[in-house]
Design a protein around this ligand. Structure first.
Ligand code: PLP
Length: 349
């Protein structure tokens, strides 16, 4: 059956009419030879929103993370990231075979997707500051805020600051994969800059939640961004008249960012409906809801997801759960329809 309510991801959104208008009218130039003015404006605005000096517009979140890793790491250095972080599990392992990093998983001690300060302190204590030259050294800590695979759990600002402090004390820079930092900041009632804290580099996406068709931004110091620009080009991410897509992202910042917390409210409402059906729904902190069958259930998550899909509700399985993601193209009426379709499909199992 055709998907009636698409909750597979917040990347499925279609650009708004205002975005299409802005794309048609965008002032553009060659961003590889010189600078594209609309892209430059987006880079400045995003960097300012994140409390960073400069930004680099990239086609995707994966390229942004990989560019960050290549800029921070020397091949053969270790990088730490929470288990199932996007840079570890969902980017074909490029952090290892392209950036040359040696990955080490951090556990989810604080919350799903979120390490505790003690987890990082433990790794730091095992790596003496003046180790012999042949010892493995750590070159980067990656955090993911909010953590996709963990079910959209966010890193509270005080924990984020404490993790960054431990990393910096050990001499390690911190990269925040903030593909959904917008949602994390809104849920905490703080600015994106406050949610990113004192990170050395931050990735944000315009195509997740904000509804733009394409694009992510890697932000950091001006010096970091100039080095990253070379790696972006090496990866084939130097774009010419990129203002065409940057224009849509500027509209997203103006029109979509202020409403982003609605997605969390809808995920919470959906979670309550799933609980009422006797399913195990984890209380969402942002726009991602993870649902599992109860322990004594005769069906699996995969069967649940297949039944919901067949009934017209787009969803994906992730780990042991079914993942449902709210976004700008599902309003309250669409959520009500999803609940109705899910209720019927689950009863028929
Ligand atoms: C947390 C996180 N980081 C990075 C990415 C990669 O973004 P893209 O699909 O634009 O490469 C995703 C994609 O879903 C993500 O969820």
């Amino acid at each position: 059956m055709k998907i009636q309510v698409d909750l597979r991801s917040d990347t499925v959104t279609k650009p708004s009419e205002a975005m299409r208008q802005a794309m048609a009218k965008a002032t553009v130039d060659d961003d590889v030879i010189d600078r594209d003015p609309t892209t430059a404006l987006l880079e400045e605005r995003t960097a300012e929103l994140l409390g960073q000096e400069a930004g680099l517009f990239v086609p995707s979140g994966s390229m942004s993370n990989l560019t960050a890793l290549m800029t921070h790491l020397r091949p053969g250095q270790r990088f730490l990231a929470p288990r199932h972080a996007h840079v570890l599990s969902h980017e074909l392992g490029t952090g290892a075979w392209i950036a040359g990093g040696i990955p080490l998983e951090l556990p989810w001690t604080f919350a799903p997707g979120v390490p505790a300060v003690a987890d990082l302190e433990e790794v730091a204590s095992e790596e003496p500051a003046k180790a012999a030259y042949y010892e493995l050294e750590t070159g980067l800590v990656c955090l993911e805020n909010s953590h996709n695979h963990g079910g959209g759990y966010l890193i509270p600002a005080d924990l984020n600051a404490a993790l960054i402090e431990v990393a910096h004390r050990a001499g390690w820079p911190v990269h925040v994969d903030g593909a959904r930092l917008w949602h994390s900041a809104a849920a905490q009632g703080i600015s994106p800059a406050a949610a990113a804290g004192g990170a050395d580099s931050v990735t944000v996406c315009f195509s997740k939640g904000l509804g733009a068709p394409i694009g992510s931004m890697l932000c950091g110091s001006a010096e970091f961004v100039e080095r990253a620009r070379r790696w972006r080009k090496a990866l084939g991410g130097g774009m010419r008249q990129s203002g065409i897509v940057a224009a849509a992202a500027l509209v997203a910042l103006d029109q979509e960012l202020p409403r982003i917390d609605e997605d969390r409210r809808r995920a919470v409402a959906l979670g309550q409906a799933m609980t009422a059906l006797g399913l195990n729904a984890r209380e969402p902190q942002t726009n991602i809801l993870m649902v599992e069958p109860s322990a004594d259930s005769p069906f699996t998550s995969a069967q649940l997801a297949a039944a919901w899909q067949a009934a017209g509700v787009g969803c994906l399985t992730m780990g042991p759960a079914v993942r449902l993601v709210t976004h700008r193209d599902v309003d309250d009426a669409a959520i009500a329809l999803a609940v109705e379709l899910i209720t019927q499909a689950t009863a028929a199992l």
